[in-house]
Design a protein around this ligand. Structure first.
Ligand code: ADP
Ligand code: AMP
Length: 214
């Protein structure tokens, strides 16, 4: 089962991808999480990626594509995987399609989580991420049991720098310019499924599992 998640920043891709990964027992591969782990560990890649991320821009394709193509060759990807936050540009999608095609494989499901821009800023300002394990919550829509403390690992929760309203506006404009065209790209391949992302988390998940199967 090879799945990609499409949708604006804050549409709920990560939230749904984690639930899908758990249900179908496949790895959840988030390029945003990989970059944030590199920033935390002070790697060269992390230093390069941080400048783009803080500015609300995309990390260049040449730093992103090989990273993902290497990751999906790992053993744990044999049964499939869910890519969250990749591809984000047409060249990334073409590189992925071509690498899979060389192995006689393809993306089977592109799930587009549809949320209008008006809802996104509210979502992002309430998002909280665990500094330790990367789990995400929302102060109103998906709160932790104990305020400010991660349910999974008891780590501290923070508002991501790139979730501040001025950066979110930039990220949304980058999304419309560079990532939204992927909806047509995967629709033309007959693998696109769009779900309404404005309803409750469990309702979105139920919609997704309807076409992924029980
Ligand atoms: P993305 O991975 O697309 O950037 P997230 O999964 O991190 O988005 O979700 C963004 C924020 O919105 C998080 O705070 C999350 O808890 C919250 N959220 C996700 N799905 C929903 C939903 N269906 N309704 C309300 N809030 C949601
Ligand atoms: P995310 O956690 O998916 O919201 O990603 C956070 C940030 O990481 C984005 O705003 C980009 O700067 C960067 N990023 C994540 N995935 C990609 C990608 N596939 N291509 C380019 N930049 C990315």
């Amino acid at each position: 089962m090879k799945i990609i998640m499409l949708g604006a920043p804050g549409a709920g891709k990560g939230t749904q991808a984690k639930m899908i990964a758990a249900k179908y027992d496949i790895p959840h591969i988030s390029t945003g999480d990989i970059f944030r782990a590199n920033i935390k560990n002070g790697t060269e890649l992390g230093k390069k990626a941080k400048a783009y991320m803080d500015a609300g821009q995309l990390v260049p394709d040449e730093l992103t594509v090989e990273l993902v193509l290497d990751r999906i060759k790992q053993k744990d990807c044999i049964k499939g995987y869910i890519l969250d936050g990749f591809p984000r540009t047409i060249p990334q999608a073409e590189a992925l399609d071509s690498a899979l095609n060389d192995r006689g494989e393809k993306i089977e499901y592109a799930i587009n989580v549809d949320v209008p821009d008006e809802n996104i800023v509210k979502r992002m300002s309430g998002r909280r991420a665990c500094v330790n394990c990367g789990a995400t919550y929302h102060i109103v829509y998906n709160p932790t049991k104990e305020e400010g403390i991660c349910d999974v690992c008891k780590g501290e929760l923070i508002l991501r720098d790139d979730d501040k309203p001025e950066t979110v506006a930039k990220r949304l404009s980058v999304y419309h310019d560079q990532t939204q065209p992927l909806i047509d790209h995967y629709d033309a391949k007959g693998v696109l499924h769009t779900v309404d992302g404005t309803v409750d988390i469990d309702v979105v998940f139920a919609e997704i599992t309807k076409f992924l199967g029980e």
